[in-house]
Design a protein around this ligand. Structure first.
Ligand code: FES
Length: 157
């Protein structure tokens, strides 16, 4: 895990860029996560002081939105669609399989830091349900066997 000292200048730059923007907490959090991959817990104090909020308020927003993570993501992020069309094509079984194979739940990262698992709600690929993404690639009609092959492929990548 990176030391916050090496990340702090990035956080401060993002805070500075949003200094005059009203309602800037969410854009700031997105900016930090887009740049660093997550929101380092140590950044909460800087964010709170820059926006004149309490650390509890900032922490509350980060934990309210599941999209935000406070630990570094794995090398690859697997997202499984939990929306209606995929559910009707048994995405629940795929979800259970993925959790079992990876040994993690949603919002967690494998011990070897290779994969993070996240839910997603419709990937616009309903005709090929059940759908997942790995990083920025969409895959449809994903069976447990296909899921295992994809993991093997990305693990080596
Ligand atoms: S519901 Fe899963 S891709 Fe649309």
């Amino acid at each position: 895990m990176q030391n916050y000292q090496t990340q702090q200048s990035t956080v401060l730059e993002i805070l500075d860029a949003h200094r005059t923007m009203p309602g800037s907490l969410l854009p700031i959090l997105h900016g930090i996560q887009d740049t660093l991959g997550y929101i380092p817990p140590a950044a909460v104090a800087d964010i709170a002081s820059s926006l004149n909020l309490s650390q509890a308020e900032v922490h509350g927003v980060i934990s309210f939105y599941h999209y935000f993570r406070d630990t570094p993501p794995g090398k690859h992020t697997v997202r499984i669609c939990r929306a209606e069309s995929c559910q009707s094509m048994n995405s629940k079984a795929l979800e259970n399989h993925a959790k079992q194979v990876l040994g993690i739940d949603y919002h967690e990262t494998t011990a070897d830091q290779t994969f993070s698992l996240e839910p997603v709600y419709c990937l616009g690929n309903c005709a090929c349900s059940p759908s997942i993404t790995i990083d920025d690639q969409v895959f449809g009609r994903v069976t447990p066997d296909k899921f295992d092959s994809l993991l093997a492929k990305f693990k080596g990548a």
